[in-house]
Write a protein that binds this ligand. Structure first.
Ligand code: PEP
Ligand code: MG
Length: 322
């Protein structure tokens, strides 16, 4: 088994009938890169930058951030690296950032909402990202976008930081892809419009499940209601992939569902282009994908979105693919 996975290193992630997908990894710090290299990741699909800001007493400087981003970009160059801008708030707090107590932190002041309000914090990060971009293949991704206005504002700020750097004569890459996470149903529902303004989408199922089904992802008591096979969630995922593709944009997934072997056949059949997961899931995912036919997974994807319950879908996938 282990030997078989070993033999998949250096192989393409391609179905039996020739559809190629990208198998990338999720990381939290530059130290995590070695695990990705060991497991032959084809890139980074999600670098959660909030860990740079956590467990310390003040904001990381532009220079500190630059060094971290540069380290990741260089160590996997020329593979693509999706770096997500600060996703703080919700369950993640900073000791040095005063935040009001909120009734519903997951519905509150977090991620891009905080960054659009505190542009000083956001611009420092964007400057560090742009400066680091010359060291590899950077893709910038905004978290928790729930409207077109937010996406356009975030892009506007990015452009203003670029023009600051131009004025200062500081170099940055001219072909950085800019994308957004789809983790809020309101974004999924207008993904046809949002797709015109991004280079890619990455679906964040961890939050998309919680917001679609109104089930707190941290609440053990209702954990049985939190299910990635929920048909409403699957329909949203399909809608996002279709809408992205209609505009010629690639669509990935960086939530936990992307690495689940019962989920992968569905996502493959829906046409997902990139799967980003924890390092240890990469080679098993490649093994599965190289054993499947894309054309055979299309009807599987169609079948499951016509089913009424998560249980039925989960059992169907368990019986046929696990
Ligand atoms: C997600 O919501 O699926 C996601 C990848 O983001 P996080 O888990 O960091 O909220
Ligand atoms: Mg999320």
């Amino acid at each position: 088994e282990k030997k078989e996975l070993e033999s998949l290193k250096g192989q393409e992630s391609k179905t039996l009938d020739g559809r190629h997908v990208e198998l990338a990894g999720n990381i939290g710090t530059p130290n995590d890169v070695q695990g990705l290299i060991n497991n032959d990741a084809e890139g980074v699909g999600l670098y959660r930058t909030e860990f740079l800001y956590m467990n310390r007493s003040e904001f990381p400087t532009e220079e500190e951030q630059y060094e971290s981003y540069k380290a990741v970009l260089e160590s996997m160059n020329p593979k693509p690296i999706v770096i997500r801008t600060l996703d703080i708030g919700g369950d993640k707090e900073l000791s040095y950032l005063e935040m009001d107590k909120e009734m519903n932190p997951f519905l509150g002041y977090r991620a891009i909402r905080l960054c659009l309000d505190r542009q000083d914090i956001f611009k420092t990060q964007l400057r560090a990202l742009l400066r680091a971009s010359v060291h590899g293949n950077l893709r910038i991704m905004f978290p928790m976008i729930s409207s077109l206005e937010e996406l356009l504002s975030a892009k506007e700020i990015l452009e203003s930081v670029k023009s600051d750097l131009d004025k200062e004569g500081i170099d940055y890459s001219k072909n950085i892809e800019v994308g957004m996470m789809i983790e809020v149903p309101s974004a999924a529902l207008i993904s046809d419009i949002l797709a015109k303004h991004v280079d890619f989408f990455s679906i964040g199922t961890n939050d998309l499940i919680q917001y679609t089904t109104a089930v707190d992802r941290m609440n053990e008591k209702i954990h049985n209601l939190y299910n990635q096979f929920n048909p409403a969630v699957l329909r949203l995922i399909k809608m996002v992939i279709d809408n992205g593709h209609k505009e010629g944009k690639w669509v990935g997934m960086c939530g936990e569902a992307a690495g689940d072997k019962r989920m992968i056949p569905i996502l493959l059949g829906m046409g997902l282009d990139e799967f980003s997961m924890s390092p240890i899931s990469i080679l098993p995912a490649r093994k599965l994908i190289t054993s499947l036919k894309y054309e055979d997974m299309k009807p599987v994807a169609e079948k499951v979105v016509s089913m009424g319950t998560a249980k039925e879908i989960e059992e169907y996938m368990q019986n046929n693919f696990a």
